[in-house]
Design a protein around this ligand. Structure first.
Ligand SMILES: Nc1ncnc2c1ncn2[C@@H]1O[C@H](COP(=O)(O)OP(=O)(O)O)[C@@H](O)[C@H]1O
Ligand SMILES: O=C(O)C1=C[C@@H](OP(=O)(O)O)[C@@H](O)[C@H](O)C1
Ligand SMILES: [Mg+2]
Length: 495
């Protein structure tokens, strides 16, 4: 009997050869997949598989049944590889800020590409049909219809297609924006039946929204726009409307601060809900206004994710549970929602934000630091230009950083003194109020804390901190406090 070491040495040598051969086989398998794609042939060839398996058993009397099992696995994995070679993606003109890749790669085991095309490239793109399935976005949702072989009733009614599946060379078009919007209404329990609904905007998205509203039995639907009657400025005729839906891009990144000047949530006395189709920022000014007023609101992210999940069902030919939508939403928030710290000067915002950024592997921005980089020492600035000027500059800095995502932001203690700062922060941030015993607050280098009694400063500001905060956390130990913030943050984004 040979010793085990020698036998294992021989096994390792055989394995080395086997792995090389398997690698070669997988490469060939990829080549076959490309051939099949070019020639519009399905990946799965049952006959060829059966033939290989049969021959294996016939030609290998000794180990035939074992080989059969091994080959079944090899072929299964080859198919998985070939599936991955199939192309999925998004067709559009400018796709720099799309979330679709993030969403689709969280849904399925496929890679998702961006097909950025100009108008004159569309015809060639559809002639080649070198994709398994795609989404379509602005401005091509209508233009693509003429290249399709079959179009769903909903897509036809809306006049827009956002999902195309290539089945053996034939192109099938669907509209899952419809389902995405419908999901958003249902999730937020917004009842449309018998209601008067005001749509802001008359573009492509408004067509989808309108068809959903009609199907749900809205009593009246009016679309306001800039160029066609009725105009935004005619809004006073509709202030008894119960639901408002924004389909305009006003307030979308990078112009987050833009507003529809004629539309004021306060004017609508019967308002029950506001729905936005914008998802970047997470909350637009109108969503924030609705939140402040305690009106039900739904932002655009759920619609976006839901349309993606419904599109993936067409891509993969299988049903995907709505739970997936919630999971994707949580994971996007977990990665991208900022954590912003507010609180009295010297309460520990900078120190805790610093720890959070390390624990969460996020970029850390201290608004005071950014101020000092631009305008020098804060105490000197106060002496020379006064508080008002400081607040203006502080706000400008917040406006820029508030648009970003995935940050930990330490604010200055007085950030709550300007209402506009709430909008800058809330759009993409979870806001945590850091509380620490007043007698423990640091005052050095903080002009306002040096100038007046801390108790008076706190009295002036207490309500404002509470208005801004999503939650408050006690700072006794900075490490415990940062752990508590992480725990609460994860808990709050998981819904
Ligand atoms: N829990 C704590 N225990 C001890 N010292 C703390 C604690 N929290 C904050 N500090 C200290 O208080 C001072 C002010 O903290 P800082 O993070 O600069 O506050 P802020 O940014 O809110 O003004 C720092 O010297 C910091 O080390
Ligand atoms: O509370 C305030 O008005 C201020 C707080 C300071 O930041 P910290 O809260 O980080 O000390 C700094 O922005 C400035 O001195 C004004
Ligand atoms: Mg600070």
């Amino acid at each position: 009997m040979r010793n085990i070491k020698d036998i294992r040495f021989d096994i390792d040598k055989v394995d080395e050869k086997l792995i090389k051969l398997l690698e070669k086989r997988f490469d060939l398998s990829k080549e076959v997949s490309l051939y099949k794609k070019e020639n519009n042939k399905p990946i799965f060839d049952k006959e060829r598989e059966n033939e290989i398996l049969k021959n294996l058993e016939k030609e290998n009397k000794k180990y035939g049944p074992y080989f059969r099992e091994i080959y079944k696995t090899i072929m299964e994995q080859s198919k998985n590889l070939q599936k991955k070679c199939e192309r999925y993606g998004l067709l559009g003109k400018k796709l720099g800020h799309s979330f679709s890749k993030i969403i689709h790669e969280k849904i399925g085991n496929y890679t998702y590409e961006y097909f950025e095309k100009d108008e004159d490239e569309l015809s060639d793109f559809f002639q080649k049909r070198d994709f398994k399935a795609i989404n379509v976005t602005i401005p091509y949702k209508n233009d693509v219809i003429k290249y399709l072989d079959v179009i769903s009733d909903k897509a036809e009614k809306i006049g827009a297609v956002n999902t195309i599946v290539n089945i053996e060379g034939k192109l099938y078009g669907y509209n899952t924006d419809y389902e995405g919007f419908l999901y958003n209404l249902k999730k937020h329990k917004i009842d449309i039946n018998g209601k008067k609904v005001l749509i802001l905007g008359k573009g492509a998205t408004s067509n989808t929204v309108k068809v959903v509203l009609e199907d749900l039995g809205a009593k009246k639907i009016v679309r306001l726009s800039r160029r066609f009657k009725p105009f935004f400025k005619d809004v006073s005729n509709y202030i008894d409307y119960q639901i408002i839906i924004n389909t305009t891009p006003v307030g979308m990144f990078p112009n987050n601060e833009k507003k529809l000047s004629d539309i004021n949530i306060d004017d609508f006395k019967n308002l029950e809900a506001f729905v936005d189709c914008i998802y970047n920022p997470f909350m637009t000014n109108l969503s924030i206004d609705s939140k402040i007023k305690g009106i039900t609101f739904a932002t655009g992210l759920d619609m976006l994710i839901a349309q993606g999940v419904r599109a993936a069902e067409y891509f993969l030919g299988k049903k995907i549970d709505d739970k997936k939508i919630c999971q994707i939403r949580s994971s996007i928030f977990k990665e991208q929602m900022n954590i912003a710290l507010i609180g009295m000067p010297g309460s520990g915002k900078t120190s805790i934000a610093n720890i959070l950024s390390k624990k969460l592997d996020r970029e850390f921005i201290d608004i005071d630091c950014e101020f000092e980089k631009k305008y020098g020492n804060i105490e000197d600035f106060f002496k020379r230009y006064g508080e008002d000027e400081f607040r203006i500059k502080e706000s400008e800095i917040l406006k820029e950083y508030g648009k970003k995502v995935g940050l930990v932001i330490a604010c200055g203690g007085g950030v709550i003194k300007k209402e506009i700062n709430y909008y800058y922060l809330k759009q993409n941030s979870f806001i945590v109020n850091i509380k620490r015993d007043l007698d423990k607050l640091a005052i050095e280098g903080r002009p306002l804390s040096l100038e007046k009694r801390i108790e008076d400063l706190y009295k002036e500001r207490k309500d404002l901190y509470e208005k801004f905060e999503d939650v408050s956390v006690e700072n006794i130990d900075i490490n415990d406090c940062s752990d508590e913030i992480i725990r609460i943050f994860y808990e709050n984004i998981s819904y």
